[in-house]
Ligand binder design. Structure first.
Ligand code: HEC
Length: 105
């Protein structure tokens, strides 16, 4: 439900993103290699050039500052266990730790 509400408009229900506009979350190498920034991005958004699975994106993603640590953990768990992935459970402690490293952008 959280994913549908906050993310699927852009990243799509199947996590494939939308052409060169919105990067994929499914099988995203960027996401796999950047766990803490991933958590920060959901809450605070991001911008600037990034490369996901070999394709460059450079667009603003608005964050959802109202997301709680529990909701971020649920979203992260959902995303890392969907579309053929099995990333295990993301805990509130992991989210907390990730958040302590990011400032609002
Ligand atoms: C308004 C459209 C929009 C919404 C809504 C949105 N994103 Fe994004 N997202 C983007 C764009 C655009 C980028 C690329 C940003 C850049 O170019 O720096 C991005 C980048 C990302 C990335 C890093 C790149 C990748 O594909 O691995 C992650 C992870 C991500 N978003 C997750 C989420 C999650 C989770 C949500 C819901 C909480 C969400 N996004 C909501 C547009 C959106």
């Amino acid at each position: 439900m959280l994913y549908e509400k906050h993310c699927s408009n852009c990243h799509q229900q199947d996590g494939q993103g939308l052409r060169r506009l919105y990067p994929p979350l499914a099988k995203s190498d960027f996401l796999k290699n950047n766990f803490n920034p991933f958590i920060c991005t959901m809450k605070y958004g991001t911008s600037g050039s990034i490369v996901v699975n070999g394709v460059e994106f450079n667009k603003l993603m608005p964050g959802v500052p109202s997301l709680t640590e529990l909701e971020l953990a649920e979203l992260a768990t959902y995303i890392t266990n969907s579309w053929g992935e099995q990333g295990g459970i993301v805990t509130i402690e992991q989210v907390s730790q990730a958040l302590s490293g990011c400032a609002p952008q």
